[in-house]
Structure formats: C-alpha cells, structure tokens
Design a binder for this molecule. Structure first.
Ligand SMILES: *Cc1c(COP(=O)(O)O)cnc(C)c1O
Length: 344
C-alpha cells in the first residue's frame, strides 16, 4: 500500500513541499516576548486577509473559539448559538469549564437560527437571569452548508440593537467565500471576531487564526497565555500558515468540484445524497437500508481507503488536496464492489 485515500476529514491534509521549505528556512524568535518575525508576519497578513485590525496565531480552532468566548464574556453570561455547531457540540463543554458561561443552543435550519427565536432568547435585564452577551455564528456550517451574508447581516442588526457581540467560527470561511462568490472579508465583516483554520483544507500542519479589533486581540493574547497557548519559536509553524493563506485558498474550488463529482457517483451507486447540501468539500450520503454498512469502514481500510463510521445513518466524505479525481474513481470502484458484496 503506497498511500491511503483518506476521506475522513480535511484535517488529514499533509503540508506541501513549499510549506516544508518555508518551515525549514523560517526566521524565528521567542513569540511570548514578541520576538518571532514569522509569527508577526502571519498575524499581520492574516488580519489584512480577513479584514480585521489585528490577529492572533493559536494552536487550534478550538482554542481560537474558546479565547473569543473568554474575551467577549464575563462569568455567568449566556451565549446564543446553534445547537449543532462546533462550539456547542464538539468543544468538550469548554465554555462552561474555561469561561464559566452558559450556552443557549437554538435549532438551526440549513445552518441558520430562526431570527425570532434568537430575539426571544435574548434575556431581559432581570435580577434573576443571566446576561446575554454573545452570539456565535458558524460559516461554513458544520453541516457543510454555507449561510448567506443577508442572514449574517440580520443577526448583526439584532445584536447591535441589544448590545451583543458576535463571534464567527469560520473554520472553513474560505470554502464559504468560494461558494458565495465573495471575499472572505465580507463574511467576516458581520462579526466582531472571527476564527479560521489553517490546518484543514489549507493544509498547514498546525494552527488557526483569531482576528478582531486591536483591543480585543490584545486581551485575547493575554488569555492565550492563561490557557498555556503562548508558544515560543512558533515561526516554524507560522511559516507554513503563511503559505497556506497565500497559496492554498484559491484551490479549495477543486475540492468543491470533487465533492460534487463524488456526490453524483454515490447517487449512481444508490446512496441517498441531497445535492443541494453539497456546497463545499463535504458529502453526506445515506446508505440503502439493505446495505450492511456497519463494517464498511473496516472493509474499505483493507483496500487502502479511510472513512469514518456513519452517524445517524449518514456517512460524511470530505474532499481535500490529497484526494484527486482519480482517487475518487478508485474509491467508487472499490465501494461499488463492497456494496454489492454487502447487500443482504
Ligand atoms: C475543525 C473545526 C473547529 C476546531 O478546530 P480544531 O483545530 O480541530 O480545534 C471549529 N469549528 C469548526 C466548524 C470546525 O470545523
């Protein structure tokens, strides 16, 4: 087996040769002292690229989101967000542990909360109640759907009227920008802070960016130290991040095209796929009820293909720079044989 075809996530992308060269050559210093020129360059470029005053390099997207919550809120505050977004579902309950805030998860439809429900969830000024201080949005959404800037603008209006801040989990904001045909700055312009990942489709080995106003980022920098995220010669990682941000955003389009290609092939094989929801690099596919799919990941692994087990009957396949069109054909061929053999 020379290499695996890995469809589990875009987090599995390996750094490009150019990234490795940049890492090797990176000028570094102690970033906690502010001495690392490569980290500084990445933070300045990232701020410019996303249209905010300042930015902070953080080890993970989770830390970026948690720093945003910690920096925007006070203990006992309440945060409104979608009940199926990453912060609510996949960050280990960190807002309660790290920031002492309470989360108010609302239902979503295509990644959007109902505006009236958001409005109703904002707490009045009452001695018994927590103070609502923050709304968290996500774009692209965890479901692979992209939310419109019109929706984001409406949420911002509501937030402004009630004196709330907005944090955007933009882990895949550059994917969302391609789908919407806008600059990522425009998406980020509807929030006070934004986090995006360098280590997913953009293929850097490690790291995310938190961006916002200069004052916000200075506070977040101190909170990053509190969380143990002050890194020393981090320029070695930032160097790869700079390549990711400068050279890897445009090619995400290919991943989206591959996802649509894969979706169509899966439909031809009898899987159920809602093509309307194939907007970025993710395909959700439901197996036919007569397919014995529990052991599909194990069987495919033997053929050199890595997939995650299904959740609620749906497989999630993710395309990225290390999955070519040929890889998809190979996957489909092997899947088709496995499906035929597995039908009961
Ligand atoms: C991946 C992801 C994160 C967190 O990133 P990590 O680097 O894995 O901590 C946050 N939000 C969304 C929507 C993500 O997809």
């Amino acid at each position: 087996m020379d290499r695996y075809i890995d469809l589990r996530s875009d987090t599995v992308t390996t750094p490009t040769l150019k990234m490795r060269e940049a890492m090797y050559a990176a000028e570094v210093g102690d970033d906690v002292y502010g001495d690392d020129p490569t980290v500084r360059e990445l933070e300045e470029f990232a701020a410019y690229r996303i249209g905010k005053e300042a930015a902070l390099f953080v080890p993970s997207g989770t830390m970026g989101n948690q720093l945003a919550i910690m920096t925007h809120t006070q203990r006992g505050d309440e945060v409104i967000l979608g009940e199926d977004c990453h912060i609510f579902k996949y960050e280990v309950g960190a807002p309660a542990v790290l920031s002492g805030v309470q989360l108010r998860g609302l239902k979503t439809n295509a990644g959007m909360m109902d505006l009236e429900e958001v409005k109703a969830a904002i707490r009045p000024n009452d001695i018994h109640m927590p103070r609502t201080s923050l709304i968290c949005l996500e774009n692209a959404y965890s479901s692979g759907e992209v939310v419109s800037t019109t929706y984001m603008e409406k949420i911002r209006e509501l937030a402004r009227r009630h004196g709330l801040k907005i944090h955007l989990d933009g882990a895949r904001i550059f994917n969302a920008a391609i789908y919407l045909g806008v600059d990522a700055r425009e998406i980020a312009s509807f929030s006070d802070s934004v986090m995006f990942c360098l280590s997913k489709g953009l293929a850097a080995p490690v790291g995310s960016i938190l961006a916002g106003s200069r004052e916000f980022i200075e506070k977040a920098r101190k909170n990053r130290k509190l969380l143990g995220g002050g890194m020393r010669q981090a320029g070695i990682l930032a160097a790869a991040g700079l390549v990711a941000l400068k050279e890897m955003t445009g090619r995400l389009r290919e991943d989206h095209e591959n996802a649509r290609y894969l979706a169509q092939k899966l439909i031809d094989l009898g899987f159920e796929v809602d093509l309307k929801k194939v907007q970025i690099n993710m395909v959700w596919a439901k197996a036919k009820p007569n397919l014995n799919f529990e052991n599909l990941p194990a069987k495919l692994l033997q053929a050199g293909i890595k997939i995650n087990p299904p959740a609620n009957g749906f497989f999630r396949f993710v395309t990225h720079k290390d999955v070519t069109g040929n890889d998809i054909d190979k996957f489909i061929t092997i899947l088709s044989k496995t499906v035929q053999a597995g039908e009961r």
